[in-house]
Design a protein. Structure first.
Length: 75
C-alpha cells in the first residue's frame, strides 16, 4: 500500500490480507493493515500487486463500512 502518487518502492505503508467480491456492494472489498489507518479514512491510496504487475486505487474506510449500527445483524 502506497500513497496515491508515491513511488511503489520499499515496504510501503501496509499490506492487504484478504480480498473478495461483495455482492451487496457490487464491487471488490479488501481487508488491509495500513499505517495510521483510522486517521486516513476517506483517503484514496494505491494498491500494488507486484506478482500480477497491477496497480489499483482503493478508498480507506472503517472496517464497519457496510452496516456500522448493526441493523442487518440485529434485525
Amino acid at each position: 500500500l502506497y500513497g496515491l502518487n508515491a513511488p511503489a518502492k520499499g515496504h510501503g505503508e501496509g499490506w492487504v490480507s484478504a480480498v473478495t467480491y461483495s455482492p451487496s456492494l457490487k464491487k471488490n472489498i479488501a481487508l488491509a493493515l495500513l499505517s495510521r489507518g483510522p486517521q486516513r479514512f476517506g483517503e484514496t491510496i494505491q494498491v500494488v500487486d507486484f506478482v500480477g504487475n497491477q496497480r489499483m486505487e482503493a478508498k480507506v474506510v472503517s472496517h464497519h463500512f457496510f452496516d456500522p449500527e448493526g441493523h442487518r445483524q440485529n434485525g
